[in-house]
Design a protein around this ligand. Sequence first.
Ligand SMILES: [Zn+2]
Length: 110
Amino acid sequence: MIDADLLRRLRNDLPMAVTIAALGQQGPPSKMSEGYFRFLCPRCGEMRATVNPRNNLAHCFCCKKNLNNIDLLLTLDYDFRSAVAILEGWLHHYQTQQAKNKTPPPQDQK
Ligand SMILES: [Zn+2]
């Protein structure tokens, strides 16, 4: 059974731009346009899938489908468990990088 909280974090906490960068050649072509991250919609093939930064969900303005990180990997023929495992690794890596870019949190006072 996959933890619901993990799934929520994979959808919300790993920016789709990071996921697509990590996919590299395998991922869809993407670009920044008018301040939004857009990528080639895997469902209709138009460069109209646009990530909403508030919920990290891509909406395609052509075919009207919504895509999250997990959905994106499923469209690339990953099975659900593999998609979760890969995204979990990327999320961990991303959060490690983010933590390095910030001042470290204060030590725990026990
Ligand atoms: Zn589409």
